[in-house]
Design a protein around this ligand. Sequence first.
Ligand code: CAA
Length: 689
Amino acid sequence: MTQFATSATREGVSLITLDNPPVNALSGGLRAGLQAELDRAFSDPAIGAVVVICAGRTFIAGADITEFGKPWQPPTLPELCRIIEQAPKPVVAATHGTALGGGFELALACHYRIATEAARVGLPEVHLGLLPGAGGTQRVPRIVGAEAALDIITSGRQVKAQEALSLGLVDAVVPEADLAEAALAFARQAVADGEKCARVRDREERIVADRQNPDLFAQFAAANARRFKGFAAPGAIVEAVKAAVELSFDEGLAREAALFEMLVESPQSHAQRHVFFAEREAGKVPDLPADPPLVDIGSVGVIGAGTMGGGITMNFLNAGISVTLVETTQEALDRGMGVIRRNYEATARKGRMTDAQVEQRMALIAPSLDLGALADVDLVIEAVYESMDVKVDIFGRLDGIVRQGAILASNTSFLNLDRIAQATRRPEWVVGLHFFSPANVMRLLEVVRGAATSKTVIATAMKLARRIGKVAVLSGVCDGFIANRLLAPRGAQAEAMMLEGTPIANIDRVLTDYGFAMGHFQMMDLVGLDVIGRDATERTVMGDLVAAGRLGQKRGAGYYEYDDKRRSSVSAITEGLIAEVAAARGVHAKPTTGDTALLARLLYPVVNEGAKILEEGIALRASDIDIAAILGYNWPVYRGGPLFWADQVGLPRIVAEMRALEAEHGEAFRPAPLLTRLADKGASFGQSA
Ligand code: CAA
């Protein structure tokens, strides 16, 4: 018996209980504890079978991610799986909660699997830049066939108990309360039947069938090329599943192990593991008490039914929270309600929602033309256009309308929250809740803490974010908060290089090669140049494009030309405008540099801005800045975010290259004091927290 594994004998069956809170991760201690209990059970003649079950909220949720990259303590997980699979006595896995990754692989090595009705199983390693390294890629295709295995393993999705049952991934589904007893009964029956232990490794039927279709793997990779672009893990998964079909079980396992080793050492997997922990760290605010008082959010008011207000509203409807949606005119209200309805109906048409669910969600909205309708809600989110005067007016009025003890939030993306809060007599109840467009899709929520915002309000906002499926990052007050401020220098450099004569298609390609889904100018065209509409003080290419009616993709022309399938091509008109604007502004052409130098010029200023945001205390930690870039701006997750990436490039190199860029292009490249200090010390952003 160890702190991680205990056993009790129940009528000839050993019930081994694993306990490693919070998620029963397969740490070295847990593996050793389980091995000791298994040895005892296998050598005890009075024991006929074994049930492995977990205490707490879930079955094993995977390998202990914190152990990756360190030497493995024996037994390794693959060894443990081999011991179980080859055991002389039946071993039954009794799963509840989420049996994920190594946890599900361990269950697959058991001879039988019982799951509760609410249980889920899955192999989410792909999200960590990995593949299942303990037989998952070999055993799953033996049960469900290569095609379904590829779907499950490359998506990393959680398979619900009933689907797992119909696929054969589990043998029985039972009510939560009956799990232990049902698994014990199953084990006793297996002993009574006296059948050989059912080993997944011995199953050949599916594999033999898949051998008839050798093109399956190339077809799957081609069909998913867009989704897999840039990522190493999906390709390795396809290779490992192919090995399951083509090789013997042991050869396949060896292939899987080699691919796992390659991935676990890769910069991509390091980055994705960083992101996994960074996402969870972001929710933690050090100066909040452990159990802070919270505002109970049962109803929400949203002011503004435009694109942002509508998207924000949908988040709450999806979580079952009613929303009072306020607009100034009936027309705007009807339009906003129509957009929300059409969004849901489109989801229903794709089969991801029923018609009844669409109606349930719509029924949670109370549309209104009167701010007075917000008197009793628990949280108001203002999402009108970015004008300080308008916001000050609205908050002043809300102060006289909304009940005391409710939270007043602004979705402003760059205005000074403290000035907005001062429009009320309760600035401690005012907070920024900055959503990213489309607000019902993007996972980032910047929670902006004003000078007076109370801890109760911050704690409530952080918790609420989780409830509506967002990742909250806490930001201080500054122009643009974290994500917009961070990425602004990338846009400024893209536009400067454009005027110096670098083709915009080159600039965009460098960004997509790095891993962004689209380049700067492609993104501008997608959002709509009139929407971005900055009040420029000098002549800009964007201003000229808007004046020429080239508003972006929606008009078939912006920076690029678009055909009816939205495929882009270079525009001679834009090229002409660029040359004119450059001449008007006296910008001289510069020779185009290679891709590496282009990338440095685009992204080093982002790293530098991140250093300033960190040093000014706008962000709590470097990893929060990475999360803001990834979830707010689709920074490629396998780069780990701008500051993680900078650490991988090496801060001394970045500082040296920035000094050279500063000499040529000026102040925008002056290294921030924190960046220089870390580089001089040989330290990293990762160590700066
Ligand atoms: N290793 C180490 N720590 C883990 C962990 C793991 N596999 N899974 C979760 N944790 C930690 C989290 O970091 C978090 O810690 P803090 O409270 O200190 O922040 C804590 O457990 C709780 O996690 P969540 O906040 O995520 O809790 P949740 O209830 O929202 O979700 C979960 C639970 C679905 C299990 C989710 O944690 C999850 O998806 N975990 C990762 C699962 C995974 O990727 N497993 C595969 C691991 S790789 C593998 O197994 C490789 C192999 O084949 C050998």
